[in-house]
Ligand binder design. Structure first.
Ligand code: PEP
Ligand code: MN
Length: 365
């Protein structure tokens, strides 16, 4: 047989052996996973150094060569570690992660399904101010079929001299307006001790950007059974947002809606920089619904329509838009709120462009 023919023959054999080793490694990993499950049920630690040493000693004793004993130890240690790594990954996966739940979480509020494929619009004024203001905005939003009314009663403001919201009175007003127009209430709660009280007024508890890492507030929101709209902190990473959501979900409140509302960058042309890539990343990493606040992220009415389309195009499950009957006299965020005719044009534009029809044109893995 010619040398080249023999080499070809050996190569084929090596390919076969590689596949055999791979098959054996995979079978081994499956058995390790099974034993891991059994240990989990018994509550014992998965890594057992004594057992590992025994296995290595047995292998060294049976070593037929040509590898020396150290090499055999090294090779098998790698195999042991890889199998253990498999279990660690599983253990580390967050409850909010797709690794833990493959299908989308759908949150139903007032007959509206958030995360169910059809984008939802959440609208209302920045702050609840007066009965008349709420009534006018409620009537305007109802004309557009809006079912989720959002308005702030507790306003976390940068300056302590700015309007801080009407507090409980504001919750009462938004509840009355929502009831009158057949809507659900979304409102921000800033203090852990107000969570319990808020349950009488709100259908969704909003946790604002400034409180995304207020862990006591997150825990309290996790203890109740009302959906939570969790906004990304202004300097928070995607991972930190998911951990914040995990605080809530790990306490048994599984209905969390994630909200991208822009992050702080050096750019001054917009109020914040909308991190559009966070939307598909969050949708891939987590099963929770993801919405985009186009008002606070941009702070500019002139670009809200294209930004809304962009958010829906990348897979957002809904949008937050601030609408005020007379934005110029609003007690907060006067510059960025749409008035009712502007909102009507905005909705008409979205409907005509087909973006509200359903599943986003960009498929999510
Ligand atoms: C708000 O939604 O009213 C608000 C204050 O926004 P953020 O927490 O995102 O700044
Ligand atoms: Mn606002």
């Amino acid at each position: 047989m010619k040398t080249s023919e023999r080499m070809e023959e050996i190569r084929l054999q090596l390919d076969e052996i590689n596949l055999e080793i791979l098959g054996l490694l995979s079978r081994r990993a499956e058995l390790v996973q099974e034993i891991g499950e059994l240990k989990k049920q018994k509550g014992t630690e998965r890594f057992d150094p004594i057992r590992e040493k025994e296995m290595l000693d047995n292998l060294v004793e049976a070593n037929p060569g040509p590898f020396d004993d150290n090499t055999v130890r090294h090779l098998f240690k790698q195999i042991f570690q890889a199998s253990l790594g498999l279990m660690e990954e599983e253990k580390k996966a967050l409850l909010v992660s797709r690794k833990k739940q493959a299908q989308d979480t759908v949150i139903e509020i007032n007959g509206v399904r958030i995360g169910g494929g059809q984008p939802v619009i959440i609208a209302g004024p920045c702050s609840v101010e007066t009965r008349e203001q709420m009534d006018t905005v409620g009537a305007g939003l109802q004309m557009q079929g809006i079912k989720l009314l959002r308005g702030g009663a507790y306003k976390p403001r940068t300056s302590p001299y700015d309007f801080q919201g009407l507090g409980k009175k504001g919750l009462e007003l938004i509840r009355q307006t929502a009831d009158k127009y057949g809507m659900a209430v979304i409102s921000e709660i800033v203090s852990p001790s107000d969570i319990e009280m808020s349950l009488d007024y709100v259908d969704v508890i909003q946790i604002g950007a400034r409180n995304m890492q207020n862990f006591e507030l997150l825990k309290e929101a996790g203890n109740v059974r009302k959906p939570v709209l969790l906004k990304r902190g202004m300097s928070a990473t995607i991972e930190e947002l998911l951990f914040a959501a995990e605080y809530i979900v790990s306490r048994g409140n599984e209905r969390v809606i994630l909200c991208e509302r822009g992050i702080r960058t050096y750019e001054k042309a917009t109020r914040n920089t909308l991190d559009i890539s966070a939307v598909p990343i969050l949708k891939q990493e987590s099963h929770l619904p993801v919405i985009v606040d186009i008002t606070h992220s941009t702070g500019r009415k002139d670009i809200m329509f294209p930004i809304a389309k962009a958010a829906l195009a990348v897979g957002a499950d809904g949008l937050i838009v601030e609408v005020h009957p007379e934005p110029s006299v609003a007690l907060s965020d006067a510059k960025q709120q749409m008035d009712i005719p502007e909102f009507n044009r905005f909705m008409k534009g979205l409907q005509e462009s087909g973006y509200l029809q359903g599943v986003s044109p960009i498929a999510v893995k």
